[in-house]
Design a protein around this ligand. Structure first.
Ligand SMILES: [Zn+2]
Length: 111
């Protein structure tokens, strides 16, 4: 079974050692989550897990909210590790869009 969901949040950041991206700026970040696994009940995964992450990050300055350099790549790793830690039996694919055209994507080995 696979389930997919997505959500957006608004947040500022800057990237160290990244030219123009080193200036403080904001994005409407869009997160897409795909979950794959064996059914064990009526639901595979609760979509509210993504809502929780978005609630934490929305309208924050990501350099302060997160304890790593907040690139789209690093944010995708952070979300993947968090979900995989909470649901080790499921496989995840995470996309983090920092613009409508550009995203970072990561997935667990078995996805
Ligand atoms: Zn940026």
């Amino acid at each position: 079974m696979k389930v997919k969901t997505e959500g957006t949040f608004d947040a500022s950041h800057f990237l160290e050692n990244a030219g123009k991206c080193g200036n403080l700026h904001g994005h409407r970040w869009r997160i897409k989550v795909s979950v794959k696994g064996e059914m064990n009940g009526d639901l595979l995964w609760d979509f509210r897990n993504l809502d929780e992450v978005i609630e934490e990050l929305d309208h924050t300055h990501l350099n302060e909210t997160l304890d790593f350099n907040p690139s789209a790549e690093n944010i995708s790793i952070y979300i993947l590790n968090r979900f995989k830690n909470d649901y080790p039996d499921l496989e995840f694919k995470i996309r983090v869009y920092e613009s409508p055209k550009s995203y970072a994507e990561i997935e667990t080995n078995e996805y």
